[in-house]
Design a protein around this ligand. Sequence first.
Ligand SMILES: [Zn+2]
Length: 210
Amino acid sequence: MRRLLLVLPALLVLGAAPPPGPAPPQLTAPKIMTVYQWIEVLPAPPTPTGWRPHFQFPLISYVETQPFGCTNVSIEAATLACPGGFHSGIDLADLQGTPIYAAGAGLAYGFQDAQRYGNHVIVVHPGGYETVYGHMVRTDVGWGEPVVPGQLIGFVGTTGNSTGPHVHFEVRFAGVPTDPMPYLRGSPGEPFALPIGWQGSAPDDAWGPA
Ligand SMILES: [Zn+2]
């Protein structure tokens, strides 16, 4: 017993020494794909002839807490056009756990993202349109699940870059955020021409009608 006590301090000193060899590599924050990058690769549904964009609100009742565009809200990313902060969608606040519904028919994809959109769903619609629903407490869709307008896709939360329970709702065209309000009011502008090579546009229409 006495011998063991004499040996222990020596072991402690050895244990405190740094391990020999090269220094461990510096760890950097993991990079995550942006919503735009995902939309570039997510399969889209075919576009029926005469299809026109029209979307419905993803919540039955809500308080709009931030509009689309240059809102000068500090937690939003600055852009050249909006140095004070660009808001890529509209924020609709409601109680945590409130059901969130698909704004239109399409293919739904559920994501987890602790940094920005939190738990979120992207629905890829016909015609080169997408809708995004951010900060959910949990999503309720599979991967590429077909959804109809008004179908439950998740529940209001405050995950990711969020300060309280709300849905961050985006309408995108060819991956680029556009103001959702004209679509929600049923008065969108004329459809834009899809960029060459964008999925759903001729001649690279891998998922649309031949
Ligand atoms: Zn937002």
